[in-house]
Design a protein around this ligand. Structure first.
Ligand code: C2E
Ligand code: MG
Ligand code: MG
Length: 560
């Protein structure tokens, strides 16, 4: 229906607007009707009276008497009219009340009236429109707009309903796409949405209704099943795993989702609200395995439970400022002086004491909380670097950056704002990025890193040598330094590893990159690394991570 056609079929409000311009009548519809009714009855009556008196030239007393009588009669009539009009206009008050109640409290009033006139249409029409609107809002609030399945809120409501129903055979399957972080870095938004939609469709196939499917977050799905026997759960988990991990085509290339499934049955979890934590622990256990797998919550171990609990407490830890950086010295292999430090996050947990990042960073990366942690650590480290610089004892401060911080592209603004706020010379800040975070380099992430580097900040490739290590990274990455992973260093002085290391260091030198060796624990390792040409050591042999005030700047000497 076109707008002009709609406009012609609807009444125009010219006359009504004229009334609305009169100051006393502007704010009340009832006042408008009552004034019109009053004038409509009184003006003609008074005109008749005036003519009657004038035409009959009656005495003044008689005229007054007629006038008074007429006045009393019309006033009584007006009063009755007003009362009747008030009742006739009540449907409008009711409609207004319905709208207000819906807007303010989200409540829908169902009118049980049998009105056949325009007012009936108005009330019923309003009710129907509000009903439709309510259903639409409910859908928007509980559905994921990309896939059409439930969102986290919808899943919560479904779990609540389950609790009310007391269904003892229910189960929750959590699905986590393990390589989702990489997909986020590599794919455009629409492509990522396509992957998410495809996975949701595959889940629908394996778990048809009445199973409820939900998207819980980035690369994470949940399926609420209402009846499950043991064998059924096993068969369906296997089926789901093979369907979900089948390759899919994006931008002409194949993508193989790697999935971890955690299955929790109500009989194991105890209560409907215990389902989610139990399934979380099971997913974590599944993630301990290589590749794709599924685990039953009854088989998940204590460590997964701890990590799951930590993940739930992490939000509070951020609010209460329980996270703080410690600093580990990076030592110049020629002078033995600390020339830089790496900021490493720690969690001062009220019950568990100091918690190491290995336990909560992987979880935070999945939940997205790493963004807040990363921003907080960056700011704290830059502030500390600026304090050292002001004291005339500058050190290059390195900060770890997670893949998601690069994917979300807020990194540039965060770095620039922090540097400005604390007045740190950009050359005294280094960002450490792991090669797995850059595994599949997209133009956007490379561009972002170039821009960050344009600020004068340097970049280091962290944990080099782990996982997908490839020398080609060194040639086309916008980095200034390579940090050789400690697993490599730990294998020294095995001859073969020594030669590999030598190759890396020489290539780095040829590309003009500096080299830090991580995890240096023995004098032998330190000597070999120095002789190979590494310019920095980092490891427990010289310095453990400590709070800023306890830093020992050296010079450190090699034992023996
Ligand atoms: P990383 O960036 O490779 O940090 C070096 C890790 O090696 C640190 O562990 C450090 O304490 C440890 N290390 C250093 N020297 C030695 C040694 O001689 N022997 C041994 N066995 N270990 C040594 P930490 O502090 O537990 O951190 C672990 C990882 O957590 C870090 O690895 C980094 O990937 C991540 N991480 C820490 N802080 C942050 C942060 O603020 N943001 C992000 N995104 N990740 C962080
Ligand atoms: Mg690091
Ligand atoms: Mg490292």
């Amino acid at each position: 229906m076109s707008t002009s056609a709609a406009a012609t079929s609807l009444p125009r409000l010219t006359g009504y607007q004229w009334f609305s311009r009169l100051p006393v009548l502007r704010h009340s519809f009832k006042a408008k009707v009552l004034v019109v009714a009053f004038l409509g009855t009184h003006v003609p009556l008074l005109a008749i009276l005036a003519y009657f008196i004038y035409a009959n030239s009656v005495t003044e007393a008689y005229a007054l008497q007629v006038l008074a009588m007429a006045l009393v009669a019309t006033l009584a009539g007006t009063l009755v009219t007003l009362v009747a009009l008030h009742a006739l206009l009540r449907p409008i008050d009711l409609t207004l009340g319905m709208l207000r109640r819906f807007r303010e409290r989200g409540q829908l009033y169902r009118p049980e009236l049998d009105l056949r006139d325009e007012m009936g249409t108005l009330i019923q029409g309003t009710h129907r429109a509000l009903e439709d609107l309510g259903a639409h809002l409910e859908r928007v609030a509980t559905r994921d707009h990309v896939t059409g399945v439930l969102n986290a809120h919808g899943l919560e409501q479904a779990t609540d309903r389950l609790r009310e129903a007391g269904d003892a055979s229910a189960a929750l399957v959590l699905v986590r796409v393990r390589n989702y972080g990489q997909l986020e870095v590599t794919l455009e938004r629409e492509e990522l949405e396509f992957v998410t939609r495809t996975l949701a469709d595959r889940l629908r196939l394996v778990f048809p209704e009445p199973a409820l499917i939900a998207v819980r977050g980035r690369g994470e799905f949940a399926v609420l099943l209402d009846d499950t026997g043991e064998a059924d759960v096993e068969a369906r988990s296997n089926h789901a795993l093979s369907e979900l991990t089948a390759a899919l085509q994006v931008r002409g290339s194949q993508i193989g989702p790697i999935c971890a499934l955690g299955v929790a049955r109500l009989q194991d979890a105890g209560t409907p609200h215990g389902l989610l934590p139990a399934a979380e622990a099971a997913v974590m256990a599944a993630e301990e395995c290589d590749g794709s797998s599924w685990v039953l919550s009854s088989e998940a171990g204590a460590e997964q439970r701890t990590r799951m609990e930590l993940s739930m407490e992490l939000g509070r830890a951020l609010e209460r400022d329980e996270l703080f950086p410690v600093y580990q010295g990076r030592i110049d292999t020629r002078t033995g002086q600390v020339v830089g430090v790496e900021a490493l996050v720690r969690w001062r947990h009220p019950q568990r004491g100091t918690v190491s990042p290995g336990l909560f960073i992987p979880v935070a990366e999945r939940t997205g909380q790493i963004l807040a942690i990363g921003r907080q650590m960056l700011d704290r480290a830059v502030a500390q670097g600026a304090a050292w610089e002001r004291q005339g004892q500058p050190l290059v401060v390195s900060v770890n950056v997670a893949a998601l911080q690069i994917a979300e592209a807020t990194l540039f603004d965060d770095v620039r704002d922090s540097l400005r706020r604390h007045g740190l010379t950009p050359g005294l800040l280094e960002l450490e990025i792991t090669e797995s975070a850059l595994l599949q380099r997209s133009d956007a992430s490379m561009g972002l890193l170039e821009r960050v580097r344009g600020l004068g900040v340097s970049l280091a490739l962290d944990d080099f040598g782990t996982g997908y290590s490839s020398l080609s990274y060194l040639t086309d990455m916008p980095v200034d330094r390579v940090k050789i992973d400690r697993s490599f260093v730990a294998r020294l002085p095995v001859e073969r590893d020594r030669r590999i290391l030598e190759g890396i260091v020489h290539l780095a030198a040829a590309l003009g990159l500096a080299v830090t060796a991580e995890g240096v624990e023995t004098g032998d390792q330190a000597r070999i690394l120095r002789d190979l040409g590494c310019d920095q050591w980092q490891g427990f042999l010289f310095a453990r991570p400590v709070e800023a005030g306890e830093l020992d700047r050296g010079p450190h000497t090699l034992p023996g």
